[in-house]
Design a protein around this ligand. Sequence first.
Ligand SMILES: [Zn+2]
Length: 300
Amino acid sequence: MNKNINRRHFIKTIAAGAAALTFSCDLRKQTSVTELDPIIGKKLFLLRYDTEHESPEKMAGFFEKAIEVHRKHQIPATFFCKGRAIEKRKNQFAAFYQEIKNDPLFDIQDHSYSHIGIGYAKGKDVPTLKADYEKSFALHEQLFGARPIGISICGTRGKDGPKLSGFDATEKSRAELDMLASLGVRMVNSFLTGFDETKVFLNYSSLGHPEIMGFPSAYSDTSWLHRRKFGDPIKYIFSQCEKRAQANEHMPLMLHDWAAWTRADDKELTHVIKITDFARKLGYQLTTHVACLKQKALWA
Ligand SMILES: [Zn+2]
């Protein structure tokens, strides 16, 4: 009995020591692991930045800080980058990409060229939408040498009318999904009638696209950080994390580059560190969107 306890304790100590060693090596080299931790069967925390501000002056320092903080604290994140922002902040995006391109903590995807709306009752016609996405994808290809395979839907309720219930809602919205598929998109927000877009992963086989993953999306920092709609931003997000953890649900967190950089209390991304530390304590596994896409058991 005693022998067993000792042995267990010994193994635990060795494991903790190895983990600490790995972590300190990572810190020293300022690089990260080659693979993210496994995600199947875990409740996932899916952090993203819709990266869309167009001013190089206002956003100066953001990418450097994001690299520093996300590596130091091993926080995976997906950056859904808007084409016109890439164009206007070319040097910043190029430098960012060079630094993170082989680091699985960072996932680079797309957010349209001009912040154009898909999935809305009104909105632009499909050829116009396609041209907009093509323009953005071409910029990715030009600057990063790779086309994106994922997009996050832009919020354009103000000018495009009400949001539909899903891509299955109208002929036009079905055609929008077909259009995205034709551009090589393999992941987009979960957007099907009857599914909770804030909670579930899904696939679009019902619309002829079993190859496309839907991912949960919610908790935009435009509401809780920018407009401070729920009082103290951290207290609010902590309470939502707790609620979701108790229900054993995934937790998406939609940040924006400009909100994280210009609306938070400091320029250290302290709120991102606090929130992700808290999520980990609640048992959440942090991951990127592309890591989810690779795990078909999650959504296919
Ligand atoms: Zn946006």
